[in-house]
Design a protein around this ligand. Sequence first.
Ligand code: 5GP
Length: 367
Amino acid sequence: MRIYDDVQLDYCDVLLRPKRSALASRSDVDVLREYNFKWCPRTIKATGIIASNMFTTGTFEMARAMQKEHLFCAIHKHYKVEEVIRFLRKNKKEFGSNELVFISTGVSDMDYEKVNQILQTKLVANICIDVANGYSPYLLNFVRKVRTAWPKALILAGNVVTGDMCEDLILNGVDIVKVGIGPGSVCTTRKLTGVGRPQFSTVIECADAAHGVGGMICADGGCTVPGDVCKSFCAGADFVMLGGMLAGHAESGGEMTTKIFQTGEVNIIDDKHCELALVEKQYKKFYGMSSAYAQERHYGGLKKYRASEGKLVELPFRGPVEPTLLAILGGIRSCMTYIGAKRLKDMPKCSTFYRVNRQLNTIFGNE
Ligand code: 5GP
């Protein structure tokens, strides 16, 4: 048994140090990056934020909203093949290409069939291969199989949290390794299994390892505010995947519910009558892809041998996602001016972090 003594950090354990810079305003910085990959021969110009391939965030509607801001979406794998193809045809007409869309897959033979059916249309060539435990030999085998069949595809695969496994995946055909085990907002893996690694340290180690062999990483999970997305890019992430920050919007999947609350005030009706004032609030369900709720919904029930490693929450409905996306992009631009990074790609080399005990003043709440 071994214990690593180095302190492992989360986004909330650090803050960025501002620097004197020649950048006068947010308009002096460029959040679009030209991405070139190890295996995929295409160049894609975009901002590396990806809507997670969760049922609640990897929707067609979310994809449309993300692309409008030059951001990516990983479509969840629970759509039927025909539905995905229909969407891709329409999307190609609207945006000129599907280069900002990933299709998602697990590693079963059925998943492989589905991926092939979609890729054969030539409408899309970006694949997100997602398993909870990226250390399983099934992932490497699946990656090799897909890379051999589709040498020019853009492959995003994970999840892992250590440099050695990032290197292995990249050398076997992955372009972008998805990193993060347990940081997610509706993930209970750490509680249930005791396995995981704080996300900020994960990103630093994995980015270094991946870049060393010509690959890239996508930091998946754990971002709660735009500042966390900035810290992730600064730590070396080439892409950042978001679930919770994009959940609860009009474009998100998940059932809507309405609840009625007493406001605590009283409405006077006339001299003799009054009533308690009520207010209606709308909520949208958001849940982990391995939560009991998701397994009931998408896999016909929780199998006896499978643990539920996710939870179900109800979020206050947040309306259209566009203002949220603009707030995230605004945060990144502002961060870049604070640290003197003209290009998104320059963020890590312009970054110095403070390790902190406390990052927010919560006297008036956490908002
Ligand atoms: P968030 O941005 O909400 O913090 O994290 C989103 C990420 O959480 C997803 O992209 C995915 O990697 C992870 N995730 C989603 N559902 C589950 C789940 O049920 N269990 C676990 N362990 N992780 C999940």
